[in-house]
Design a protein around this ligand. Sequence first.
Ligand SMILES: Nc1ncnc2c1ncn2[C@@H]1O[C@H](COP(=O)(O)OP(=O)(O)O)[C@@H](O)[C@H]1O
Ligand SMILES: [Mg+2]
Length: 286
Amino acid sequence: MRTISWEFGVERKGKRVLAADRNWDMGDRAAAAASAIFLDNVEKTYGGRSGVRALAPITAVLSAGETVGIVGPSGCGKSTLMRLIAGLEAPTAGAIRIGDRPVSGPVPDIGIVFQRDLLLEWRRVLANVMLPAEIKGLAGLESRARELLAELDIAGFAEAYPWQLSGGMRQRVAIARALLTGPKLLFLDEPFSALDALTRDQMNVLLQRLQTSHGVTTLLITHSISEAIFCADRVLVMSGRPGSVLDDIRVPFERPRRLALRETPAFTAIGRRIREHFEKAGVLVG
Ligand SMILES: Nc1ncnc2c1ncn2[C@@H]1O[C@H](COP(=O)(O)OP(=O)(O)O)[C@@H](O)[C@H]1O
Ligand SMILES: [Mg+2]
């Protein structure tokens, strides 16, 4: 028999698997649990039986409000995993649930940010942020859009066009747009990979500030080990294709976090633990 609980994880054949044991101070546990993500032996093979095996069975529980960093070699199925959870693709085997709802089609309540910001160049910044409200026919969200722009330190650019902004500012607009309707889930697929190193550091600080203020369940896919550790409550380390979870590391640092954290022994020890997995797998030669 199998027991599932969003606090204690999934018990399967007596073996405790990737569980989260975070303590919640939210009043409504049921509401909080509604954005927990349950992956039960999820597999994905593209193109039939003889096709590309992207994901080996993955079983994990991602707690509500948690930020989970996912690191793994290129092509190991990170984006696939995100698309499966978002219901944009169906798993070949296994089941996915968000709260108590099985994922069987596109999940409406997710903000997604990609490496490319996908802003509409002919719309002003505010109009770009408002796009999800227009698509969903929701009124009265302009003040929220302006608040988000302020929180992302770009309030002064509400009337600018995307082409007038730097790469980092454009990505801030994309994040504001993703958060506009107050989604339960925020998925970021290598959101800062195209940015220069300093801008990326700044975006990391900003992202973890947002996590403190919004507490949305977040998946952050990244190639950067230090970005994953700095931003996340927990890092899942994936193997090469077919992707499976090699390690599930709790990141214990208090928020808000400062960049200097990255130079502390506790931080670099986590980085070493992750790198060792990649070295063992031959993905990284040190
Ligand atoms: N729609 C698709 N059809 C066929 N193969 C795909 C498709 N999407 C991804 N793949 C393959 O699945 C594997 C995992 O891809 P992906 O999830 O994009 O990896 P990652 O995001 O970790 O780089 C890759 O080998 C990729 O070529
Ligand atoms: Mg990808």
